[in-house]
Design a protein around this ligand. Structure first.
Ligand SMILES: CC(C)(COP(=O)(O)OP(=O)(O)OC[C@H]1O[C@@H](n2cnc3c(N)ncnc32)[C@H](O)[C@@H]1OP(=O)(O)O)[C@@H](O)C(=O)NCCC(=O)NCCS
Length: 332
């Protein structure tokens, strides 16, 4: 380029719809900078992948690969100041919910520190919500509970808090855990689906964030195998379903869902307990998942509602450590 020639890219300023080819590398830098303390291994490798893709220039191939590496980055808006990308909001499709319609996930909301408090994030968010209004009916996002600045921004734009979830992790522990009785914990079979779904709708309704982040409470998640025990022995993941029948047998007082993904040693699980049976039953189900699924050789992870203090005590008492608390927010 001849000296003194200023390109359109160098003078780019203000709000722009995100363009993958132009913006990808700079978004990777911004996300890495803004979220460095909270990035896990998957987040870091997604950023590496973004950089790799931005260097190859093979966009069609990249789009497919990017969706896998960074599902939250299919669109959105960026903010430029004199040719430098300084702010970003990403938009990607959320699973449709019968009660809400078509939704979008907002993520990677970030502005470089020297450009903060000038209304850039607000303008990026407003453009995103205008776009979402034209293409769907709701937006959802998650934010760290201890990020009051971002929460204030979202609340001022009309987002409401659905529920907060704490991620609990139990590292591998070689201590022997004795069984806990007397809960009648049984493997569930297909004909328990309706009772299981009824319990889930009661304790994890979609208006309160469902089962957790991007895991709405919907029938297809609550279909134990026909023969009980586990599902998908030869598939990419195995699902385990257990339940505790009520005294009359007509309902379930509690249930345990656990998932082992192929190639991942960590077991993910959810404990659902009817409010009138919280406490002891929750403790028995946690004892069961440790003994029956993870044994002493696998770490366990659960995202559990932060408002359930009884379960928090049970998890702490069983060697679980709280990793982070995320607030799920909804805009309609
Ligand atoms: C959160 C963040 C994106 C805000 O960007 P920004 O461009 O400075 O935000 P804006 O200037 O548009 O401010 C919008 C609103 O956010 C809130 N806010 C932002 N920064 C704030 C601060 N330091 N103190 C108090 N409120 C703040 C205010 O409600 C503000 O509205 P107001 O100016 O009318 O009071 C930015 O601080 C950031 O990148 N943080 C690190 C990454 C992050 O936490 N992202 C959110 C992930 S969910």
């Amino acid at each position: 380029m001849a000296a003194g020639l200023v390109t359109a890219q160098q003078t780019l300023t203000g709000l722009q719809p995100m363009q993958l080819r132009r913006d990808l590398a700079a978004i990777a830098d911004l996300i890495e900078y803004a979220f460095a303390p909270s990035l896990d291994a998957a987040g870091r490798s997604a950023i590496q992948e973004m950089r790799l893709i931005s260097r190859t220039g093979a966009l069609l191939w990249a789009l497919g690969r990017l969706n896998k590496a960074m599902p939250g980055l299919s669109g959105g808006f960026v903010w430029y100041e004199s040719g430098r990308l300084v702010g970003n909001v990403s938009i990607s499709p959320a699973e449709s919910l019968p009660c809400y319609g078509k939704g979008w996930v907002i993520a990677n909301v970030a502005v470089y520190p020297e450009f903060r408090r000038r209304g850039i994030a607000r303008r990026l968010m407003q453009a995103s919500l205008d776009w979402i209004t034209r293409h769907g009916t709701f937006a959802t996002l998650q934010v760290e509970a201890d990020n009051p600045n971002a929460r204030a921004l979202y609340e001022s734009m009309g987002f409401i808090t659905q529920r907060s979830f704490i991620r609990w992790r139990r590292p591998i522990s070689h201590h022997f855990l004795p069984p806990m009785n007397p809960a009648d914990i049984r493997p569930l079979i297909r004909r328990d689906s309706a009772r299981l779904f009824t319990l889930a709708e009661r304790v994890r309704p979609n208006e309160s964030g469902g089962l957790g982040w991007l895991r709405p409470t919907e029938k297809k998640r609550f279909r134990p195998p026909r023969l009980g025990g586990m599902l998908g022995i030869f598939n990419e993941h195995r699902m385990f379903y257990w339940g505790v029948p009520s005294e009359s047998g007509a309902e379930l007082d509690g249930a345990l869902l656990a998932e082992q993904r192929f190639g991942l040693s960590t077991v993910l699980f959810d404990v659902l307990v009817a409010p009138e049976h919280q406490g002891e039953l929750g403790a028995a189900l946690v004892n069961h998942v440790i003994r029956a699924v993870a044994g002493r050789h696998q770490p366990l992870v659960t995202d559990h509602p932060a408002d359930d203090s009884l379960m928090a005590d049970v998890l702490k008492g069983n060697g679980f450590v709280p990793e982070r608390e995320l607030v799920h927010m909804l805009w309609r």
